[in-house]
Design a binder for this molecule. Sequence first.
Ligand SMILES: *Cc1c(COP(=O)(O)O)cnc(C)c1O
Length: 949
Amino acid sequence: MNTNAFALRHIGPREDDQKLMLKTIGVESLDQLIYETIPDDIRLKNGLNLDEPMTEYEYLLHIHELSKLNKAYKTYIGLGYHPNILPAVIQRNILENPGWYTAYTPYQAEISQGRLEALLNYQTMVMDLTGMEIANASLLDESTAAAEAMSLLFSVRTREQKKQNINKFFVSENILPQTLSLLQTRSTPIDIELVVGNEETFNFSSDFFGAILQYPGKDGQVTDIKTFISKANEAQIKVAVAADILSLVKLEAPGQFGADVVVGTTQRFGIPMGYGGPHAAYFATRETYKRDIPGRIIGVTKDTNGNRALRMALQTREQHIKRDKATSNICTAQVLLAVMASMYAVFHGPKGLKFIANKVHNTTSALAEALKTLGYNQVNNVFFDTLQIKTDSKKIKKLAKEKKVNLYYPNKETVTISINETTSVRDLNYLISIFAEAAEKETIAISTVSEGNNISETLKRTSEFLTLDVFNKYHSETELMRYIKLLERKDLALNHSMISLGSCTMKLNAASEMLPLSIFKWANIHPFVPKKQALGYLTVLKELEDQLTEITGFAATSLQPNSGAQGEYAGLMVIKAYHESLNQNHRNICLIPSSAHGTNPATAVMAGMKVIVTKSTAEGNIDVEDLREKAILHKDNLSCLMVTYPSTHGVYESAIKEITKIIHDNGGQVYMDGANMNAQVGLTNPGNIGADVCHLNLHKTFAIPHGGGGPGVGPICVAKQLVPFLPGNPVKKVGGEKAITAISAAPYGSALACLISYGYIKMLGAEGLTESTKIAILNANYIKQRLQGSFNTLYSGERGRAAHEMIIDCRPFKANGIEVTDIAKRLIDYGFHAPTVSFPVAGTLMIEPTESESKAEIDRFCDAMISIKKEIDQVSKDDENNVLKNAPHTLEMVTANEWYFPYSREDAAFPLDYVRDNKFWPSVRRVDDAYGDRNLICSCAPIEAYAEA
Ligand SMILES: *Cc1c(COP(=O)(O)O)cnc(C)c1O
């Protein structure tokens, strides 16, 4: 046996453990368990056709070799992506630190105060720089954020505008090309009419409900948004501004001029370009629109003791509850990247940001001056960092290429150059020399860059920003390192204990999978460089597509969507395009089983479909007769079914093939939500069960870390008939022959994060992947068995087995006054993150251990659960002062001089022996959700602001 095989590092239970676990379950072998779990007729006959697995060492050599195929030329392309400097202290302590990157979305506020604080800093930074009243944390990329801005402005139209069905949205022709493409994708299904034009000649007619401007424009011109917004306001047209965050250091905040929404990317704040992503987008708006904001908002509240605590605010907006009425389908966002960008602002502070922005502007001004002297015609007179030059672009392009410099060439007579944080005086001279050579003139040597001034007085920033303490005290590395550690210590991540979140698949994010993200030639590639400079990326991305196509049993894959929910949207839009290609434009009914994840109905509505919910049986399966009835009833207009497999109830429904056939017989396509793919890989696949398209959550099944709520990668894999419609990009050709417009800003979405899944598959190989699936099922069934007698599992397959996850019923404990939340919070005292609470069934917990957890860890978790059950048995409805209701217990509480509780301090903090070894102390007591929503504060305002009046 090769004891260095990656599979042995990735999979938790050792061989001897597996035998014990199988015995507990009561089966002879792993194969017998799998036989009893997965219906025969959907089992794959052959194994996956993938390369032999590499060891970790082999993989690191391989990925280093491949990186050399990428050319990290000096890049001045701009268009929303800029080289920048990721401070090493942030790289080492956040990006490369499992304490940060393996955390989950901060639903359990008591063990998430660290990242919640970093995200509150992020919101504050965005609010300060944009001058807006409220901001979220965060969105997927600038272009999707712009599309969200359009939807928000559409839904907050005046009553009169709604009555008259005012549906025109003005888009500046100076918008980034990828953003225009996204706006096209997102406007059509919901009947918004885009009108693209020049903002200087726009006529502000009352047919328009909204407008969006690029600030500065893609040509570098800083448009006069002040005048535009004031005219628009008079005409009842609401304005969104897509603003470059670094430019806002020098340009007055759009909020000061009355903008309604400001969006953009924070990539420039220390986030590697990574061939397009992942990067966090920001979204800021007015307080009055707070209930329409997409994504997550962090708010301030208090805990049981009245101390300040943070939480995700306004959670009732989540798709989870509002489903087809949800504001958006944003679930996973880009939390880790938002955290990093916020730390960039903390590290540099207002002075540092001014220094950087000035340097960029001054360098650009010096370049403009030199080009003028060389006789070039530079067109944009007001600029921050980008110059547009009218010249023979072919000539410049040829020379620049020889000199290993990337500029942007929008057409034959135009060149644009965007200067960035990394541009030195030497780089500047090098750039000038290229233009001098093209002009056949002597170059101009610049020794120092002096102050430039190419911003008009009316647009110059005078308002202050980042005045709060947090942005003004961590400027030395020691201080920032300790601040990052201070926050990290408040958070429970996978480097502390198992996070058994059902449906979220919190498996190992191996160090070998993560290391390549720090390699220079992976991190520093602009998404729009010529393909020849990105051959490393293209090799990896193509192979990853092929691997996923093979794993899903389909014909092709698009890696573009940046999250599962975006994958859902991409899938439905592809289905829509397919129907349209057959002149079946009227097909708009989307059937969704009642147990589906809330993003499914939310997405269907965004795709312009009508949602019809189908019933579940008492056993938790899809009610096939109800489904058949509805499919037949709507057969003339049936677009598709969205189905999760195995079901969100943790069961491989044996009727799945019949279900997919019913849909096909009635003219529909089958969309499979692939969140549960960890229960399929190598054993069955969506192609095999009769689906036509599925998304995968690479941040669940394929080892990309959750990062505290993102990055995510949600590729779609499709059957043959859907291949021509895979999404494209307006700058780089990708996707099918009849590609739909863009789903994400970058051609390959979050390409840098894709390296992780590529490594995962490369190192596990067909056998390791299949083994992982089997062990995931083993681990789940072992938990089910161990908890028997203490907890009831709600649903099981026909032979009594769970899939890779299970739902345990906590509703009976209401008799003792105990809610499922009390169990979730008490688990913190035992050192565990709660499983998924109340999804898909209210009052339950959904547990998914994954294959990466060892028997020892699973045993600790089961011991904790059984011990909690004993505690439940001892409490009664009549006395709320008990160990469950008071959970979690903080260090401050158990060491206080006074102890008011009817149980011991030891029972509170060290309920089982193993806890002594590795105690996790929550930093706050239970947070008050209702109070936070009633008193919404989403910036790090000083203490007085949230002290109770
Ligand atoms: C996680 C999940 C989604 C959404 O994926 P995101 O990446 O968070 O957008 C959709 N469906 C199911 C069943 C999920 O578990």
